[in-house]
Design a protein around this ligand. Structure first.
Ligand code: RET
Length: 261
C-alpha cells in the first residue's frame, strides 16, 4: 500500500477515525467493567469478556493510529511517505484475539450446557482464528489475484460460522426465556450483519477503487465494522445479561430457576 496516494483530507479522515475508534473502545471497556456487578454472578464472565474484547481493540487502535501517523509526513501540506510502513498486522492480531472471544461471549450469555458451551466455543473459535489467518496474506499482498485467492479461502470458515450461528444455535434460541429471545436474535443478526461488512470491505480494492480512495474506504470500513461488532454488540450482550439476571431474581422469589436462565 502506497500511503502517498492519499490526499491530505483522506489521510486526516482515516487518522480521526482511528482516534474515534480508540475513544469508543476505551470508553466501552470502562463501561462494561464498571457495570459488571449489575448482572447476576452467572453472567459476569460474559460481561468481563465483552470488556476484554474492547480493551484489546482499544490497545490496537492506539497502535494502529500511531503507526498511521509515523508512516507519513504531512508538514508540507501533502502526504509524503516517511518510509516507515503502516503496520496492518495490528488489525489482524486484534481480530485473531477478539473474534474468537466475541463468539465465546455470545455462547456464554446463552448459558448452554457445559459440554455444549465447550464444544461450540472450540469449533466456532477455531474457525474464526482460521478465517483471520487466511485473510492476512491477501490483505498485505500487492496483487489483486492473491487478494482474491485468500478472500475465497477465508470465506470457507466464514460461511461455516454464519451457518452455525443461524442453524446450529436455532434450538438454543428456542430455549431462551421469552423476554430475551428477541434480543438474542437481534444479537445474532448484528454479528452476521457486521461481520458481512469485513469481506465486502476487503474486496473494495478489487472492484474499481484505487490508490488513496481504496485505502481510505478499507480503513474507514473496518473501523465502522469494528465499532459495531465490538462495542455495539457488547451493549446487546450486556442488556441480555441484565434482563436474564432480573429473571433469576424474580424466579428465586417464586420457583427454582430454569436451565437457560
Ligand atoms: C477477512 C478476509 C477476507 C474474507 C473474510 C474476512 C473476514 C473477517 C471478519 C472479521 C471480523 C472481525 C471482527 C472484529 C471485531 O471484533 C479476514 C477480512 C471473510 C469476519 C468481528
Amino acid at each position: 500500500m502506497d500511503i502517498a496516494t492519499l490526499s491530505i483530507g483522506q489521510f486526516s479522515f482515516v487518522q480521526n477515525a482511528f482516534s474515534f475508534g480508540f475513544a469508543v473502545m476505551a470508553a466501552a471497556t470502562l463501561f462494561f467493567w464498571l457495570m459488571k456487578s449489575e448482572v447476576a454472578p452467572e453472567y459476569r464472565l460474559a460481561v468481563v469478556i465483552t470488556g476484554l474484547v474492547t480493551a484489546v481493540a482499544g490497545y490496537h487502535y492506539f497502535q494502529i493510529m500511531t503507526s498511521w501517523v509515523s508512516a507519513a509526513d504531512t508538514s508540507t501540506g501533502v502526504v509524503v511517505a516517511t518510509g516507515v510502513p503502516f503496520n496492518q498486522a495490528y488489525r489482524y492480531v486484534d481480530w485473531l484475539l477478539t473474534v474468537p472471544l466475541l463468539l465465546i461471549e455470545l455462547i456464554l450469555v446463552m448459558r448452554l450446557s457445559r459440554s455444549e458451551t465447550i464444544k461450540k466455543s472450540t469449533m466456532l473459535g477455531g474457525a474464526a482464528a482460521l478465517m483471520i489467518i487466511l485473510g492476512y496474506p491477501g490483505e498485505v499482498s500487492q496483487t489483486g489475484g492473491l487478494r482474491f485467492v485468500f478472500w475465497v479461502l477465508s470465506m470457507i470458515p466464514f460461511v461455516y460460522i454464519v451457518y452455525q450461528l443461524v442453524v446450529g444455535l436455532k434450538s438454543s434460541i428456542e430455549s431462551q426465556p421469552e423476554s430475551v429471545k428477541n434480543l438474542v436474535n437481534i444479537a445474532i443478526y448484528l454479528v452476521i450483519g457486521s461481520w458481512l461488512f469485513y469481506p465486502i470491505v476487503y474486496l473494495f480494492p478489487l472492484v474499481g477503487l484505487t490508490g488513496g480512495a481504496a485505502i481510505t474506504a478499507v480503513e474507514i470500513g473496518y473501523t465502522i465494522a469494528d465499532i459495531v461488532a465490538k462495542a455495539v454488540f457488547g451493549v446487546f450482550i450486556f442488556v441480555i445479561a441484565l434482563r436474564k439476571s432480573k429473571l433469576i431474581n424474580e424466579k428465586s422469589e417464586t420457583a427454582p430457576a430454569t436451565e437457560n436462565v
